[in-house]
Design a protein. Structure first.
Length: 175
């Protein structure tokens, strides 16, 4: 049997950015290239903080540093990492959320009203409805971030499907 061990494009352009949404509302990027905290707070206190701080759940809510201050320094304004991710997905020709959801065997979503069954809450559906003209235009990253997580998981059914397919490919390829 021949298995393709390549990384799925849908996985490569969504999964890393979902991880950025897990960051707590903390001064994450201000600590980059700033070793002063090591001296003022000590390594043990920093490690304790890292080990005891809960991650956020994936959601459309994104840490402000990820949204506005990525790669910001005293000379440049910050970048919006999520906007970059959405553009990257479009540049790679990633299918929309509804297409990938259907490819995963999870059913075709035909209207914004149907999204209420799969998304965390009604305001998210209304918010997405105001941004996208058609339900088939929803970017994959937006859709998977808005989905209700499966029980005991950080991810909803669509991202779980994508990750499962990817890990299955890697598992078969490396064994």
């Amino acid at each position: 049997m021949s298995i393709d061990g390549a990384v799925l494009n849908e996985f490569a352009v969504t999964f890393p950015y979902i991880l950025w949404t897990l960051l707590p509302q903390d001064h994450f990027f201000t600590a980059f290239n700033n070793p002063n905290r090591l001296y003022t707070e000590g390594v043990l206190n920093i490690l304790r903080h890292l080990l005891t701080t809960n991650i956020a759940k994936p959601a459309l809510r994104v840490n402000d540093e990820v949204k506005n201050e990525f790669l910001k320094d005293s000379y440049t304004i910050g970048l919006d990492l999520i906007s970059i991710a959405l553009k990257r997905g479009r540049d790679h020709g990633i299918p929309s959320y509804t297409v990938v959801r259907a490819q995963c065997g999870l059913g075709k979503v035909r209207s914004f009203h149907e999204l209420k069954e799969y998304f965390l809450d009604d305001p998210k559906v209304e918010y997405i409805n105001n941004i996208y003209e058609n339900v088939d235009d929803i970017d994959l990253l937006v859709g998977v971030l808005a989905e209700q997580p499966l029980k005991g998981s950080l991810f909803g059914p669509t991202m779980s499907c994508i990750a499962g397919k990817q890990f299955q490919r890697v598992g078969f390829y490396t064994s």
